[in-house]
Design a protein around this ligand. Structure first.
Ligand code: HEC
Length: 395
């Protein structure tokens, strides 16, 4: 029953997290696009910086951007903030339901030297610390040197990932780093962007000078969020594909993902602003992606020369004891009421059909059995490996 409830919570919160995330990032992409596409040619109306015509969903739209603020504060002014806040709230709830609630299975490495509570505390304070570091950095004079900020943030990602991978499962390291960057983005909205917009509204009411400082503060944080978006999305997504973290050092992979996705964003920004250098950035993205593609390519499996022939019966016993507690149409494990990911290993046919998946999760990486809950031995892994390799040779 408990597992059943957790699955429902997981599904519902994830659904909400998706929707709020899409609404938030969608709006931010839209406004970014708007900025890049405003018609700013001479001859705009008094006080207007630029305008734009668009057609969408059965109607024409006309938009204007003010240089500072309108003469009178409009009665109805739309704000964009709850999408961001709810993305953080639902994201944190997911972290709790999946990683904190089952910390021993999902958060911590098998035989980790720290307790579940310590792991959860490390994860939570990491989110806070990530923000404090970024926020302090952006309050220094370095804010005018965005390239340096980008490099420092890359270093921060690398150091945190190196730290967390001592204790956390590779997948949890991915989620932790994704959540840290995501938290920075939402807190940027909460602590800087929205307050500076409130000041802007106040200036409009008081007919006061806005001052460049205020505009700049909000602008820089939005701009940084714009660059953080793609790394966060990719990191959250790649956590579902073990190839990105199981045979490689998760920290190294995260650094590569961060660089590549930030460059992709940079490419689109340069392009949108009509600036030079797009080909160079694009070339870098292609080279980096191709290198990762090559590095992650599955190796050809070779049977060691003195490997023993392993009979299927022996393998059947191993799978039954070590995997089918969870991966069965009728799991015995108390945490699962149905087979995780619908992956079932009850019959010989199912096992043979799943040979590549079994290889990737049990041999190429040791991400299964989950947290090695069923105490699979190295000898069993070797037997399983030899059997799987001889199986792929037959065909
Ligand atoms: C304690 C429960 C548990 C045990 C025991 C277990 N697994 Fe899993 N397995 C999971 C969970 C939970 C997932 C989904 C999360 C994930 O993909 O990491 C999963 C996912 C998988 C997947 C990915 C399936 C897919 O389609 O995405 C494979 C393959 C797998 N397990 C193989 C195995 C093998 C082989 C064993 C035995 C050596 C094993 N598991 C033992 C819990 C378990």
């Amino acid at each position: 029953m408990e597992a059943y409830i957790l699955d429902w919570l997981n599904t519902m919160i994830r659904f909400a997290h998706f929707i709020t995330g899409i609404a938030w990032i969608g709006a931010s992409f839209y406004f970014n696009w708007l900025e890049n596409n405003l018609n700013r040619q001479a001859g705009q109306k008094e006080g207007i910086a630029g305008h734009l015509w668009a057609v969408h969903g059965g109607g024409f739209y006309y938009l204007e951007k003010y240089k500072s603020y309108p003469n009178e504060l409009p009665k109805e002014l739309h704000w964009f903030k709850w999408e961001a806040y709810f993305t953080l709230i639902t994201g944190f709830a997911l972290l709790v339901v999946i990683y904190y609630y089952n910390a021993n299975s999902y958060l911590l490495l098998p035989n980790s030297s720290i307790s579940a509570i310590t792991g959860i505390a490390l994860s939570f304070f990491g989110l806070v610390l990530g923000w404090l570091i970024y926020d302090s950095l952006t309050k220094t004079a370095l804010v005018n040197k965005q390239n340096i900020i980008a490099l420092i943030m890359l270093g921060v990602v690398a150091l945190f990932a190196l730290f967390y991978q001592q204790f956390f499962t590779p997948r949890a390291v991915f989620i932790q780093i994704g959540a840290m960057i995501g938290t920075i983005m939402v807190l940027n909205v909460f602590f800087v962007i929205i307050p500076s917009q409130k000041q802007l509204v106040k200036a409009c009411v008081d007919k006061a000078d806005i001052g460049n400082d205020l505009v700049f503060k909000g602008y820089i944080r939005s701009r940084n969020n714009n660059y953080f978006t793609l790394p966060v999305l990719f990191i959250m997504l790649s956590g579902h594909f073990p190839m990105f973290y199981s045979n490689v050092n998760p920290a190294l992979m995260l650094v590569l993902i961060f660089i590549t996705t930030v460059l992709i964003r940079h490419y689109f920004n340069l392009k949108g602003e009509g600036k030079k250098g797009t080909s160079l950035v694009l070339a870098l993205v292609v080279i980096l992606t191709a290198s990762v593609f090559y590095a992650l390519m599955p190796q050809k499996r070779v049977l060691s020369e003195n490997a023993k022939v392993v009979e299927y019966e022996k393998i059947a016993t191993i799978i039954e004891k070590r995997c089918a507690t969870c991966h069965s149409s009728n799991p015995r494990d108390e945490s699962f009421s149905v087979a995780p990911s619908g992956f079932i290993l009850d019959t010989k046919e199912q096992i043979i059909n799943a040979k590549d998946a079994i290889y990737s999760r049990t041999i190429a990486s040791a991400s299964m059995p989950l947290a090695n809950k069923t105490n699979m031995t190295d000898e069993e892994r070797t037997n399983l490996a030899n059997w799987l390799i001889s199986l792929s040779k037959e065909k």
